[in-house]
Design a protein. Structure first.
Length: 95
């Protein structure tokens, strides 16, 4: 049976076993190398209030928040796009 993707949809490579994490949206158990993780900056202060405070010279700290999603949730939220079949896999030889 032919493989759809060379890496079988994972970034594991030659590591052997990898651990699992839970999707932050639906709670599905996903391998660490298959999960799609995004990091966004989070500020506990509202943007309008933060803008006023920064004009007065205050320093508003922002924290990086990393969220990991399963493939289904990442497609649903638009983090990963569904590509056409000819864009998924290149048939030309790589040199």
């Amino acid at each position: 049976m032919p493989k759809k993707r060379e890496n079988r949809g994972r970034r594991k490579g030659d590591k052997g076993h990898v651990g699992y994490i839970f999707c932050d949206n639906c709670g599905a158990r996903v391998p660490e190398d298959k999960a799609i993780c995004t990091t966004r900056m989070y500020s506990p202060v509202e943007p309008a209030l933060a803008q006023e405070l920064e004009k007065k010279g205050a320093i508003i700290t922002r924290y990086p928040i990393t969220k990991c999603y399963c493939v289904n949730c990442a497609v649903h939220f638009g983090i990963v796009k569904i590509r056409a079949e000819n864009e998924r896999k290149s048939t030309r030889p790589r040199f």
